[in-house]
Write a protein that binds this ligand. Sequence first.
Ligand code: UDP
Ligand code: MG
Length: 327
Amino acid sequence: MAAENHDRAFRKGAMTDQRELKISCVVPVYNEAPVIETLVNRISEVMRKTGDRYEVIFVDDGSQDKTWDTLKRITASSEHIRAIRFTRNFGKESAIQAGLQAVRGKAAIIMDADLQHPPDLLPEMISLWGKNGYEVVEGVKTTRQKESLINKLGSVVFYTALRRVSGFDLRKDTDFKLLDRKVIDAYLSLNERGRFFRTLIPYLGFRTARIPFSPDERESGNPGFSFFKRFDLAVTAITSFSSLPLHVVTLLGVFTFLFSFLLGLHTIYVKLSGRAVEGFTTVILIVLFIGSILMIALGIIGEYIARIFEEVKHRPVFVVAETVDPK
Ligand code: UDP
Ligand code: MG
């Protein structure tokens, strides 16, 4: 049924406008009601200049504010806008996934709703893809946006760890990317559920151009990511990329074994030489030391088991409540 609607809307669009649909902007939105209209106006302004036929696919990731009402109103008045609403908040990764599945253009441009990814860059991205043959065109941050100390610290640790395990330096990378149809298909053919868009695109390895930009302050509304959401995403990114932390567990084991071997030799020597083994403090310290190493090891293994559990359940990464297409 939904597919029929798509087709009908598409044919109707094709009758009024003979050009083929070239660009699909994919915009995940979570409680972004105040900025949506400005964003749509900015996009349509720049796209009118490029002259390419385009659509904007909004994916409402379970917003609690007026986001969906706004989207419905806009879709009713514009032939370029489509919207998908999730039943609840599934996270930005899921929203990107749903948006990419819905793309009908020859290329998709993923961008944030809060205008931190400037629509003014679209023509340059499109021309690098269309004229210069790049399959991925990504926006890279020249400056980091203002963030709290804990987030800043968190991202330093995260990006360093990620660089170690994946070999990709993503400190300046953003989700603001243009993807050719080939890249979209490759991305959608990946089987995993726990995804981190930003690492998977370089992983796919297509020819990539980079455009530097400096993100403006958030237009309005609130950042949708809490520290815990970020932490969870960071763990997903690293565990889905590498089993290095598991090898670290093995190394920790070897290290503690060597340590206990040496300590054991010392203890036997002290015992044989007729002195009493030193007091209780040593025992407590050793128990605490071994205990914490065991806990860390279990925790790391647990993270992987949790990911395996998530994957084998094979649950869908989002559930769509409704879709609206242009009239
Ligand atoms: N977002 C989403 N689901 C969420 C959180 C955020 O779809 O659970 C969207 C949000 O509406 C915005 C984009 O993801 O379009 C980036 O979010 P935000 O600006 O909060 O992140 P930051 O700029 O801090 O990376
Ligand atoms: Mg933002």
